[in-house]
Design a protein around this ligand. Structure first.
Ligand code: SF4
Length: 170
């Protein structure tokens, strides 16, 4: 049994970083912040605020916000705008997490991932398999968060642009 129980609520950010780096999940969940003002994040924010703005309405749920593009046959269509499809797995699982949370509030939803710079879009549907995968990811995130120390750093392709690189590799 774990000696240390971190008081954490799983959110979209943790789901996102789970597919990038498990150590980053631990650092973020323990409130260890790094410089978040890098250029890519700024560009991402600009795209999020401006792309498709005429189509969207933002809805606040308990611990996250989503952009609702439309509703069809009683289902809301949740859209998520991303700078590039480089982190597509993270983006997909994050959107599935939102759809899952929305479903828990009794609302049916499906999603669209938009990559305006690449003129790409992708449908995201929460089916049995993706729900199972999400359940196991959430379980694993709890395990990571409750480790006494962060997982040791492992060099990966994301380290070079990671805000924590000083902390991991100085
Ligand atoms: S620098 Fe690399 S190992 Fe460290 S948190 Fe970032 S991605 Fe993970």
């Amino acid at each position: 049994m774990c000696m240390y129980e971190a008081d954490v609520r799983i959110n979209g950010t943790l789901i996102w970083y789970y597919f990038i780096c498990k150590r980053e999940v631990w650092l973020i969940s323990h409130g260890i912040t790094a410089d978040q003002e890098d250029e890519n994040i700024e560009i991402g924010r600009f795209i999020h605020e401006n792309a498709y703005s005429r189509e969207k309405k933002e809805i606040d749920f308990d611990n996250f916000k989503v952009d609702v593009a439309d509703s069809i046959d009683g289902k809301i269509i949740v859209q998520e705008v991303k700078k590039s499809s480089k982190f597509k797995k993270s983006a997909r699982m994050q959107l599935l997490f939102y759809i899952y949370e929305i479903k828990k509030s009794g609302i049916d939803a499906r999603g669209i991932l938009l990559f305006p710079e690449e003129r790409k879009r992708e449908e995201v549907v929460l089916d049995e398999a993706s729900q199972k995968e999400l359940d196991s990811v959430i379980k694993d995130i709890f395990k990571i968060v409750n480790l006494e120390k962060p997982p040791i750093p492992e060099k990966c392709k994301y380290c070079r642009n990671c805000a924590y690189s000083e902390l991991c590799w100085a």
